[in-house]
Every structure is written in C-alpha cells, then in structure tokens.
Design a protein around this ligand. Structure first.
Ligand SMILES: O=C(CO)[C@@H](O)[C@@H](O)COP(=O)(O)O
Length: 227
C-alpha cells in the first residue's frame, strides 16, 4: 500500500543522518497522503543503516496502524495531532539535533538574529512550555496538542518549526523533504544563534524591515526568489 509514499518517506528519513540531525534512532520523518488520510512514518527504534522503504509504517489519523511489520515511531501521536491541526502541511520531522535541542532544553525560543533565519522562519522560533503531570499521561498526544495551541497565535506556514521544552524540535513542510529542509535550517539557525549570543551577549534581534525583506522575497504572493 502507498509504496511510492513509503519510498519518499524512507528517503526523507535517510537525510537525517546524512545532515547530522540524528544520533542512533533519535528522530523520525513522516509524510501524509491527504486523499486517503494515511501517512507513512519511520518505524520505532530501527537503526538507520538497517532501514528499508518497506519498513515504513502506514498509520491513519486516529493513530491506528493500517499496515506495517514494525511499531510506528513513538512520536506518531504527535505527528497525528499536527496533521489534524495544520491542514496545509504534508510532512513532519522530529529530531534531537544538538543545537536546536539545546535551546529546547534551555526552554528558550530562538530569536531572529540574521537573514539566514529570516529567509525561512518568520520571527522567533517558539518554545512551548513543559507538559503538566496530568498532560504527561498522554505525553505524545499532548505534545501535539500543545504545539497546535501555541500556533493559534502563530502562522504555522510562516513558522514551520517549534521547540518543545526539555524535549526537542519539530519541523514541517509541504512534504517530507521540505520538512527535512526546514529541520536542517533550524539546526543551523540554532547553532548560529547560540554562537551569536556567546560572541555578543547583548545582541538584539534583526531589524523588522530586514526580516520582512528576506522573508517576503521568498514567500507569499509577491515572492520573487524561490527557496
Ligand atoms: O523523543 C524521543 C526520545 O526522547 C524519540 O523521538 C526518539 O527516540 C525517536 O523514537 P522512535 O525511534 O522514532 O520511536
């Protein structure tokens, strides 16, 4: 079932070790087929070297496995919540990439300090709060619910990334590949932001006009540069 989707999701997952975004199996990519409402996701705990396209697990938007010989990623319920909340996205990535995860563990959003950030991410990358003891009973579901809540006041298309406190980043995009692209951008931006604060602890965010110039020339109706 959905063999082409599984292949795409496999290939997108294999980009995570290629770009240094995962250690061991600490990450996952999924992509949804909006017609069927099924998505393919990496199986849980399978080494990247051993991963094959046919190992991708097909899941529905109730979080039920439709097809697969492995368990789906442990983060599957979070992917489900994000697909339900963000109707225009087609792919999701979760990693524990070290720089983005360091900001997440510190509980801080990443301010926009420069044009690389502004080219892809409009404004501060938000960091969502810890889950309460009660919320932790359905940890992965509530991680997704919390992200969706945070984006009631944020544009998920202009900010395709989030940090979850004490956990790590999620990114999304029109498909799995774009979500991976955004995960790579996020990690670079997280690294540069941390170094920027180290070099100049008093640094402030990039001017709004510069941020607008860079973001809007690549996004929206009047964009004149592709990504
Ligand atoms: O969040 C975590 C671990 O803290 C998980 O994302 C990570 O280990 C990946 O788990 P899966 O192998 O996808 O089940």
């Amino acid at each position: 079932m959905l063999e082409e989707l599984k292949k795409r999701v496999y290939e997108a997952n294999m980009l995570l070790p290629k770009y240094g975004l995962v250690t061991f199996t600490w990450g996952n990519v999924s992509e949804i087929d909006r017609e069927t409402g099924y998505f393919a996701i990496k199986p849980s705990g399978v080494d990247y070297e051993k991963l094959r396209p046919e190992d991708m697990v097909i899941v529905d938007l109730d979080g039920k496995v439709v097809e697969g010989h492995y368990n789906p990623s442990s983060d599957t319920p979070t992917h489900v919540e994000l697909y339900k909340a963000f109707s225009n996205i087609g792919g999701i990535v979760h990693t524990h990439s070290p720089w983005a995860t360091s900001w997440a563990q510190a509980g801080r959003g990443i301010p926009c300090y420069g044009t690389t950030h502004a080219d892809y991410l409009y404004g501060t990358v938000p960091c969502v709060r810890n889950l309460t003891k009660e919320e932790l009973k359905a940890y992965e579901v509530n991680t997704g619910v919390l992200i969706a809540e945070a984006f009631q006041t944020n544009d998920y298309e202009a900010m395709p990334a989030v940090l979850c406190k004490n956990h790590g980043p999620f990114t999304w995009g029109k498909d799995g590949l774009e979500a991976v692209h955004n995960a790579v951008v996020l990690e670079e931006v997280a690294k540069m932001g941390a170094r920027c604060e180290m070099i100049n602890p008093k640094v402030g965010p990039a001017p709004q006009e510069l941020m607008d110039k860079h973001y809007y020339r690549k996004h929206g109706e009047n964009a004149y540069y592709g990504q």
